[in-house]
Design a protein around this ligand. Sequence first.
Ligand SMILES: [Zn+2]
Length: 607
Amino acid sequence: MNVPRTVNGLKGLAFQALVKAENRNVLAFMFLAFSFLGGVSETWGQESRRASTFKRDHAWVDPLTIPPLLSGNFGELRGNHFHTGVDLKTEGREGLPVLAATDGRVARVKMSPWGYGNALYLEGPDGVTTVYAHLQRFAPNVQSWAVARTYEARSLGLDASPPSSAGLRFQAGDTLGWSGNSGGSGGPHLHFEIRSTSNQHPLNPLDGWLSKVDTRPPVIPALWVESATDWYRVSLPASDTLSLTSKVRFSVEGYDVLDGASNICGLRTLEAKVMEEGTKVLLTHRASWEELDFGVNKDMNAHAFYPVWSTVRDQVHRLHRFPTNRLGIYETPASAGWVELDAGQRAVLHIEATDAAGNRSSVAVPLVGSPPEMPSDPLCNDLDAQDHGEWSVEPELSGTHDFGEFGFAWRAGTFFERETVRVYVEPSGRKLRMLPTEVPYRKAIQVRWPVPSSAEMWEGAWSVLPGASLPADRWLSVQREDDGEVGDAVVAERKDGQWLVDLPRGGEWVMERDTVPPRVLPYHSGTPLVASGDAVWYVEDALAGIEDVELRIQGQWARAVWDPKRNMLTYEASDEIHPRGVPCPVSLTVTDEVGNTTTWERSLTWP
Ligand SMILES: [Zn+2]
């Protein structure tokens, strides 16, 4: 499948000056590269040493009592980061006991509708912390400590470190809690991590920690070739010599498959070199997923081949590291990655991938330089005929640019390479399109968006009388999917007759006003009370999204567990702040991101 390159033909041209400056570095590390490529990756055995030393000196228990089947592993590409643990299957259900992998004390407890959900951090011996996420519930002593903290703080979520006086200690094999589907989990499973306690860097749990048999080697199905103006896919193994008519750089789709499950998992190492006539190294690259760092983990966006990753989510890895990419997984120097062959010059691209069990796969792609094709004009398209703003952004510099009444401000480090930003504004001023869309934005671009003087400027879109001025509040900049669903919505701050919005990515953004309050109703039937004594509501907000929830029982603040995946809000009867046998006033107030509010009020009688 070919992902069409859209409207950013200038992008690659902008790289070229950068590349020239780096050629010297490429020469300098050729010699170095040659030496490591001789002895490819026996590091796998060494990285397991920390685990084997630990297990020799301390008790270790796998966190589930069923055999480990993985739906995800360490280092696979996920959203905007590398996955920092393993996802252990829980037979498609919740409530499996989750065991302490080591002796230790509970160092941190988190409860959140997002991310890790209900998560427990167990600090064990030898500087090793284990993390258990998406839990349904904690062990009773942890659960009651955590719930008490939320009532103290009147906070729906929790992120707290229990003092040693709380006595939350476990031995390896004790039940810490029960598996669930809380937070950003897409189905019941246990997310399990091993971290170095001192810096909280996640370590690869398959480096000898979890006992997991894996006899299947990694899969390397496709190569992606990027030129200054285009990109295309080559199925592997390549049937022909690949003809290069211009300077290119490479990315490869690569992933692991494990015994017993069909899921796609991450690699342990990925290595590539381009060699001319078996001797001269034109490019060398090696990444190793041994340890990650949350501080820079989102630079994964610059490791992935973003045009493919951001659209079809294939695990496509760049075979070079941008100088601005701060990830610590690379064992070779940074470069923009360009390879250029003279006409008739021959070389071979070698790629090798390993998994954590030491299985390996490799491919070789023969390359030959060809005379350049007649360049097609990449800038000739409909959009370019329109009036637009256009300016360059250097990766290390902040700056501003005005286009008409619109203003744009970006911070240093917004892009990984020099980019040309282009902006098109609809004549009404209601809609703008910002390019590029096929590179990651590490930071949002702040847009100063002029507010039209009268509602007539934006005919018919809102229930505002002709000639009246636009209401000042509840505006958002909205990005929608092809099917019209809201992809992203950014609240617009009104200041000095303008809106300020932080746009986190390129694409089309439209100003919309949200006047619809959230929906709040009993989840199942006429009453939120269910047989267990829990009270369950359906809460949903169409555009801006829910910002705050306040539940009161007999006027008292009550903890509400919010599950945004199911639009479900639950008061758990085990919190025991409700009376029994007498009618009691209950109110639930839900507020969205722009301040629309709905209050549900009724008297409930708990049995
Ligand atoms: Zn996970």
